[in-house]
Design a protein around this ligand. Structure first.
Ligand code: SF4
Ligand code: SF4
Length: 152
């Protein structure tokens, strides 16, 4: 089990209503098409080599490795991926993109997954839940970046 991240509250989304509105459910090809429309990436090209997971600096903290996330998305399981910490902990460092033998720009897919939630007002981070000690100690630029990335 992954240790909780301060200020983050995964798994607090309203399931049926949210999925009906955002359209996260569907066949594998339908979900891939939604991700493709937002990210410009065809995840069906992934051959599951695992290179992205091997080089990802955040993979040990993620509930699904990048490779596992892509595998889930190939099967239309966007719900599991967006409910995991994976797209939210992606640091957009682009190392996986540079090493992917299929030329998949995975950071763009991660961003698309976040957008599916954020465009419906489903925040992953609650700024009010961040401990005062963290607010005082963390660099301001880090806090601003987190609020911009994880809240709608
Ligand atoms: S590196 Fe590319 S091809 Fe390999 S598992 Fe990751 S996304 Fe798929
Ligand atoms: S862009 Fe995201 S998924 Fe890719 S290596 Fe960096 S943190 Fe991992």
């Amino acid at each position: 089990m992954v240790a909780p991240v301060v200020g983050l509250r995964p798994g607090t989304f309203c399931e049926e209503a949210m999925h009906a509105r955002v359209g996260l459910r569907g066949t594998g090809s339908e979900v891939r098409q939604r991700i493709a429309d937002l990210s410009g990436q065809n995840l069906h090209k992934c051959m599951q080599c695992g290179t992205c997971s091997a080089v990802c600096p955040m993979a040990p903290q993620m509930e699904l490795t990048p490779r596992a996330a892509v595998a889930a998305l190939q099967h239309g399981l966007a719900e599991q991926v967006t409910r995991s910490t994976t797209p939210w902990l992606c640091a957009t460092c682009q190392i996986c993109q540079a090493r992917c033998p299929r030329g998949i720009e995975l950071p763009r897919a991660m961003e698309a997954l976040r957008l599916l939630r954020l465009r419906r007002g489903e925040d992953f981070m609650n700024p009010r839940a961040v401990a005062a000690q963290t607010l005082a100690a963390a660099p301001q630029i880090a806090l601003v970046a987190a609020f911009r990335k994880l809240t709608s």
